[in-house]
Design a protein around this ligand. Sequence first.
Ligand code: BES
Ligand code: ZN
Ligand code: ZN
Length: 498
Amino acid sequence: MKIVFKTGRIEGIKTDAIAIGLFEKEGVDRYKGLDKAIDGLISNLIKKGNFKGKADEALFLIAPAKLPAKRILLLGLGEKEKFTIDKLRQGAAKAGQEMRAKGIKSFALSLPSPTPLPQADGARRKGQAVAEGLILGLYQFDEYKTEKKNGKKINEAVIVLEKKTAEKDIKKGVEIGTILAESANFTRDLVNRPSNDKTPIMLADEARRMAKRFGLSCKALDEKEIRKLKMGGLIGVSKGSKEPPRFIILEHNKNKKGIDTIVIVGKAITFDSGGISIKPSENMEKMKYDMSGGAAVMGAMMAAAQLKIPLRIIGLIPASENLPSGTAQKPGDVVRMMDGKTVEIISTDAEGRMILGDALSYSKKYKPDAVIDLATLTGACVIALGNDAIGMMGTDDKLKEKVRRAGELSYERVWELPLWDEYGELIKSDIADLKNVGGRPAGTITGGYFLSRFIEGCPWVHLDIAGTAWEEKGRPYKPKGAAGVGVRLLSELFLNYK
Ligand code: BES
Ligand code: ZN
Ligand code: ZN
């Protein structure tokens, strides 16, 4: 889908359909011209209570012959006082979906000024939110459908601006929003794909292809190289599978000096059966999404390259399957990690922290100014925070504040949990330096605490995305399945990093 612009009044646009958003109890004042052009059709509907402007309301009208457009979509935006940039994102998504359901190929969307939004959100943010809503909302995963949904694809969305004034800012916003949403959709494709088609080797191939396309540097360490680095955590997890592990390294602005260096690390367990500590079979198929952190890192690198972010950004993705077999690691085994620490494996299902521990140790070689990891690390995070908040833990207040702000802007919001030293007591082992499970209490925190032991002395934030990476029901710009969470959050962090 292409997003293009036109200046003028919405009632003058010749198109298959136009979409306008109306608030509750607002009347049709902002679209007086359109209403007049169709002899008060909209104001009449409102007067008779047939359209109330409530969020969720969508009504298609067949336009009278004298209007250049064939149809009009009225979209409810809810209460004006409660309108936010995220509701604009949702509104754009719904507009796109309603149009697609009707088989419309090209439509015009009005972006009237003033849209009642806080000043800080500005024209650029408006454009960005509309592009994000449209592109994220129209996402479909049909790689495995024999009958493709090509027949129902929108070719073009025309954003109609009344005045030229904010056009430059809105266009810039659309450009940024398009990059962010397309990168998130790339991540969604990877996560939705079944694990038989995204083994660690295939994931590395995918990373290489993406890197080549967007001008990133990419290297994938194979099993021999991983062994040479003494990454005992990653090797241990991969032992149960015939598929060898990979350690994927992506770099943006590789050789630039004098700029801040950020390392982003993502867990990529391409399938988590639990290993010898095997998971119950119910819902096990969902564990293909246990590589969501790694996929988010790939998407964020893809966005960073296109946005030409003036930072040196390195993406690290330890990738492995976690399966049981005669060669798998076992509960009670002790593993030596890359940094020399020993870990007693209590559960082979706590594998994310094992591969991330090694990746965090590896990140130190870049002497980073900040390290951020993303992982579907704990089921406990889903219990604690549900599906609307990312669990955040970290060691640096300034970095945490930046991540929090990026979370608000992207609406991939984070909520902090404490990393007090007392929690460290729970993962002390009788026979090794650490154990990989701290029992049921504070499961998300002990996971985070475990990671903190591998990244001492550097500003670091851990994001547990177990509850946010998979959308169960489907929401306006988050169709059922992989959410692509983390890509827009990290991109906003890069864009606003100072
Ligand atoms: N990948 C899972 C965490 C997970 C669970 C993500 C449910 C999304 C939904 C992780 O590897 C895991 O199994 N963690 C264990 C840790 C426990 C053994 C300490 C868990 O959460 O049960
Ligand atoms: Zn697990
Ligand atoms: Zn896992």
